[in-house]
Design a protein. Structure first.
Length: 433
């Protein structure tokens, strides 16, 4: 679901006023939330609503929790896109009504909601100290120490690829040979792509917009400085990445010109339209769902530019709920290492809890759909390759939407060339103020 940057900026302005005008209070007396002690109010029957998006891998875990806590009933709502989940949460927080007891928040728009900490329960507790990677928990902690979200997954990136298409084009298709062929830089990845498209009817990758996510997540300060200055339109690293991805996509013809998350993109997995795609752990379940019945998918332990993290989410507990304590208990349980390993095994969502990285269930895990690839060890290696997380200010989502729109105009719609679309991006950024 696309939106113009100007419309997104207006949405943030209006919703921001609504949120500021009706702040609620948090609950600082949360239970530790251990399984079996789900805080059902002395045995009272409690229904908890949970709102997520994409694939969190929680379906079986919900059933387990209800079995262990018979006084709890969980009702799960899954938005079709993360954008729609974000909009729904903004609306319910602005109205101070209608939010789920637990709301999943994606890392790219977490910072927006961090501006309104009183709208969420404080999730800090001695029971969860040290549970997550430091950078994961720091991103959800306010300056005065309030914890807004419990970390679920992170998105260390590898490369997923159609080994059958690569082999048919005459190039190495085994994991090690493929990784060596494409190399560990964006230049080598694009060079391999030019070789591939010269020998195949398929494109090299699915979407320029998808590649943008991988490239920009390797820029330490892409759009805004910690001091609040918007530098997106003047940052030479941003412009260089923009030029590189569009040259590869359009001039070199490496892109399948698909808008990621569009219907055409989802349907393309049933054909032979592209050979590779950037692949954070949470993407595995999406690929398998869209490519059901298609053979040939594999995953290589390599990523251009070294390491990168794309995405990852949090579970938050809006303060407006009627069952805040019970919701915190469930959120704590869902984000414990044991449960996050189960989510990974179900949908490939890679845990943000270091204790999980030593568990044989994760270390030794494989994925049958991806040619029995050792996905546990691959993503452990990819997580260890991540050296930093880009700084994301409160305007990150709007700015990133603007540049994604600019890339879409060139790669998908063909309605503008790279230079004119960049000029529109600059205008959109200036309109943010």
């Amino acid at each position: 679901m696309r939106r113009t940057t100007r419309a997104a900026a207006v949405l943030i302005g209006v919703a921001g006023l609504a949120l500021a005008g009706c702040a609620g209070g948090g609950d600082d007396d949360a239970p530790d939330g251990q399984a079996g002690g789900g805080g059902g109010g002395g045995g009272d029957q409690v229904t908890l609503t949970v709102a997520t998006f994409n694939e969190f891998g929680y379906e079986e875990l919900f059933e387990q929790y209800m079995t262990e806590n018979p006084n709890i009933t969980i009702e799960h709502t899954k938005a079709d896109t993360a954008d729609n989940a974000r909009d729904a949460l903004r609306n319910s927080l602005g109205a101070n009504a209608g939010a789920a007891d637990i709301e999943a928040v994606e890392v790219d728009w977490l910072v927006e909601f961090m501006q309104y900490p009183d709208k969420f329960a404080d999730l800090s507790s001695p029971e969860v100290e040290g549970r997550w990677l430091d950078w994961k928990v720091d991103a959800a902690t306010t300056d005065d120490g309030k914890l807004i979200g419990y970390g679920t997954d992170i998105g260390p990136e590898a490369i997923c690829y159609r080994a059958d298409l690569v082999e048919a084009a005459g190039f190495p298709s085994d994991r090690e040979g493929f990784a060596e062929w494409i190399g560990d830089s964006w230049d080598s990845y694009f060079a391999a792509g030019r070789e591939f498209v010269a020998a195949s009817d398929a494109a090299w990758y699915d979407s320029a917009g998808a590649l943008w996510q991988g490239m920009t997540n390797q820029i330490e300060v892409p759009y805004e400085t910690p001091e609040g200055e918007i530098v997106a339109a003047t940052n030479p690293e941003v412009r260089a990445a923009y030029d590189a991805v569009l040259k590869a996509s359009v001039e070199d013809g490496l892109s399948a010109h698909l808008g990621q998350w569009s219907t055409d993109w989802a349907q393309s997995f049933q054909g032979d339209e592209f050979a590779t795609m950037l692949c954070p752990g949470w993407m595995l379940g999406i690929i398998e769902g869209n490519a059901a019945g298609v053979e040939g998918w594999d995953i290589a332990n390599v990523f251009p530019g070294g390491g990168g993290n794309w995405g990852g989410s949090y579970l938050t507990v809006p303060a407006q709920g009627d069952h805040v304590e019970e919701a915190i208990a469930l959120a704590q349980w869902l984000t414990a290492p044991e449960q996050q390993i189960q989510a990974f095994l179900a949908k490939g969502t890679f845990p943000s809890q270091p204790a999980a990285y030593e568990d044989p269930a994760l270390v030794d895990s494989t994925n049958a759909f991806f040619n029995d690839a050792p996905t546990g060890q691959i993503f452990i290696d990819r997580a260890n390759a991540v050296e930093f997380q880009p700084y994301k200010g409160p305007n990150y989502f709007v700015i990133n939407t603007a540049i994604q729109d600019a890339i879409t105009r060139v790669d998908v719609d063909g309605s503008a060339d790279a230079e004119s679309s960049w000029a529109q991006f600059v205008s959109d950024v200036e309109a943010i103020g």
